[in-house]
Design a protein around this ligand. Sequence first.
Ligand code: BGC
Length: 671
Amino acid sequence: MVKKQPKYFDDTLEIEERIDSLLMQLTLKEKLKLLSGRRFSLWTTKPIRRLKIKRLGMTDGPIGVATHSSYRFNTKFPCSKNLSSTWNRTLAFEYGLAIAKETRAVGRHIVLGPGINIDRTPINGRTFEYFSEDPYLTKELAIPFVKGVQSQRIGACVKHYAANNQEKNRFHVNAVIDERTLNEIYLRAYKDVVEDADPWVFMSCYNKVNGVFGCEHSGLLRDTLMDNWGFKGFVVTDWWATRRITNPENSILAGLSLEMPKINIYKPKFLKKALAEGKITKEDINFVVRRLLRVMFQVGLFDNPEKIPKGERNTLQHKELARKVAEEGIVLLKNEKKILPLDKNKIKTLAILGPNANKKMSGILYGGAASVVPFYEITPLQGLKEKCGDKIQITSNVESADACILVLGLNHARGNDCEDVDRTRLELPEKQIELIKNTIKRNPNTIVVLINGSPIAMSEWIDSVPAIVEAWYPGQESGRAIANTLFGDVNPSGKLPITFPRKLSDSPAHKSEKTYPGAENVYYEEGIFIGYRHFDKENIDPLFPFGFGLSYTSFEYSNCKIDKDTMTSKDKITVSVDIKNSGDREGSEITQLYIKDEKSSIKRPEQELMNFEKITLKPGEKKTIKFKLSVNDLEFYDVESHSWKSEKGIFTVLIGSSSRDILFKQKIELM
Ligand code: BGC
């Protein structure tokens, strides 16, 4: 006789009914077993064979399926800063979707990404893994990323919640942040991602926030994430974060479902003791187990594999997507006398040098947990050689070359865009600065291509160099994306998601040891004024402002209109503007909309990004962009009511091509 499958295997039932049915069958011992990872595996939960509960498998992200956690070579996508420099929501969805397919193909169910911590300091070692200094831009890309991942029934694990804004002292530092700043800057993207994209997993941070470690923070987890925002998934620790935790009951009561990777605080004997002493109840255990089970159903652990989306890795499609993101994410920072794009018909010889010219940026744990080793990586030199073919000669003779490409930057080594350590300076290494100075003396047509994941100070050499290209870490198709950009097959359209300061001390977190790196505590004294909010408030001229990026064509803005100049909390206004490609090649422009509150009861930023649109125009083509604004776009976090609030009065709508190139201002009144 065929044994009947338990009810929770019936995928025609609602998930909640299936969870109830499974939860009822689990013994206490089995429930406790589910709460921490397998002893000899870094990436999976424990199976429960009696009930046919398989292991839930995780793998590192967020820029591809990490090789150290999947034991496979996978597509290496460009780093998160490339993705955010595209300001392209559709690409973020496709990027998430592709990573989910690769996750499924290595037999895992959850990808540990996206990382959405806000860039507080430009020298944070993990800047390359995060999107932006701005919460709006961060959430606009994280939402489609998560939706893309989860469209494949793979769980996205949003990390590292919250205020994990530096690597130095990351395991123990206590981030001291006032309520408004925490909500308005550091939690905002997390909140919007939960409300809009319903991520299935959250990873708590290592650090403390206002005195409490992330993995036992009831305020952040239970009250804010779960009760206020309605998060239904489960929370996992950052790896080994519980080493510093002593009371399991705090984490259970905070709603932490999974301790990874091995048992420390969630040892069954500790949990049983806490139960026996009445510190936690069986209901508390059910609360955290239920969340874990929910995700197991969502990713299809109990479903017929035939019905689950299929995975695939290293496909042509993924390779092309990696190149497209790289190309759209490259930012042209300087282009004097239109030295770029290089003309294939005029250039006869090209010198290519610099430490990153032929350096591969992938290797096991290069940069930390985000590292992906692909089957191949095209270096800038290889990409340029491929492009030049036999038409252009690659030479080592700098003096005689028609142009010289200097490929510089960082390399994911410790202290150079790497997890666990921050950079110690904003400048390039001295040797590279010397190389720039020497090369430019020998060949004035020198173009600097930067490969790095965080801002670089350039004051010492910027004036002498005619062109600078910020390529970030462009992934496995790196060299091709760079060559296509330098030779104009691709017209650069990326814009900076982070301010480039002239010097580190211009940056808001770098006022004193107290504000960075701190010791036991790090004080966020600058409050909400980070990134461009700070540069605007203090009237500091950045090297390159937030939202900046050049193109090989030019755009004209005209005819900015609003459909009405007053608004109530119930209606919306429409702002429109015409953009024309006034140059001679096709190009894409990212138009940005900022809001300024003209008079408020508390100090607000000079401007805040509230919308953007990216359009592609043929030469001479003109299109109208429309933005809708509602009262939510005018709000700030109010500490009296502990909620978001708007105040009546006058606001200015600013439209521009960067935060420092505002072309139109329109006043509106909130009634
Ligand atoms: C990192 C996480 C990562 C985890 C697993 C931690 O050290 O902070 O981002 O997902 O390790 O590798």
